[in-house]
Design a protein around this ligand. Sequence first.
Ligand SMILES: [Zn+2]
Length: 96
Amino acid sequence: MSSKEIDNLEELRKFRLADEGYIVITDSARPTLVHKVNAKCISIDSFNLKVSINGRKQGRYYWVDSLATASQAHQAKRCKVCKPELFLVHPSNFDK
Ligand SMILES: [Zn+2]
C-alpha cells in the first residue's frame, strides 16, 4: 500500500507517463475522488490552481498504487466520469 503527495507538475507528468496507479484528489468542498492516472478529468489548470496558486488550502493531489489504498488511506470514492475499476473480465467477453 503506497501513497504519495504530488507536489508539482513535473511529478504529475511523471506519474502519468508511467501509467501506473491512480490519482486521488481531495477537495475541501467536495468528497475525495480517485481517478484513473491518465483520466481527462484531471486537468493541469485545476492542479495549478489548487496546488500552486492556492497553496493546497482547498485540496491536494496524491498518487496511490491501488484502489484499495485510495479507499483506505484517503476514503476516496471512485470518479463517476473516468470510472477507475479493478481489471475484471466482463462476462460478455466470454462469448467472443
Ligand atoms: Zn475521473
